[in-house]
Design a protein around this ligand. Sequence first.
Ligand code: MN
Length: 287
Amino acid sequence: MLEITASHAAEVEGLPVRRALPRRGRRTVGPWCFVDHFGPVPPERSATMQVGPHPHIGLHTVTWVLEGEVLHTDSLGSEQLIRPGQVNLMTAGRGVAHAESARSSAGLHGAQLWVAQPDATRHGPPDFVHLPELPELEMAAGAATVLVGGLVGGPASPAPYDWPILGASLALRGGGCSLALDPSFEHALVVLVGRVEMGEQVLEPGHLGHLAAGVDELVLQTPELATVLLLGGRPFEAEPLMWWNFVGRERAEIDAARAEWEAGDARFGSVATPLERIGAPMPFWAP
Ligand code: MN
């Protein structure tokens, strides 16, 4: 049984997004703590994704595009174009900065996802990996591409992770789909294209369907072509404190990260991009 929540309409530097996580009453699904579904936007509007240098702490960013190309530039010196079927995974740890800009040629449709890092690694070094090819599982009704973690009895992604996690994109042709799940994980479905049915329930873009831990099989019906993200993991160790681009536990560490970004501190390095640096807003708890 899915617990369905409506996504929140938001904007990232002018690009409209459907924010499926976090929502009131649902802060995490496994270690997943942020899910933005952007697009589809036509080619003439795809260059609206121009996000200047901004900092992160305590998370991994996972970028997945169905259409379009996005250039990632970061303070580690990485400069990497991502295309459909690939993953960019950046680990923030104690601090990193990056910029993202979409190429205008091909439209834009995808998801920007964040994974909270556990206490064991969240103060560690930043990192970036580009995964040009990902393992796929062929199913009767389509294919599952594994972004991070592994499918039960199926292939696993080479992406690094530091908390038990699953991220997969299911491209379904229509008909019935069945996939084994790890019952120690909770899961969520976020539909990017089309719609999926689970029993009497229907899930469409703009919503998140949550499946509590204890479920060992996912059975979906798709009346037509559909693309759905399957996100899961072991229930997270803490309720993270998320503010702006920072994931932590206490206000004091968020305040310190904010002050260091605003001061141009070496903690976040510098990003080689013509895009303008994004200043931090004031937290709601500021005096
Ligand atoms: Mn970012």
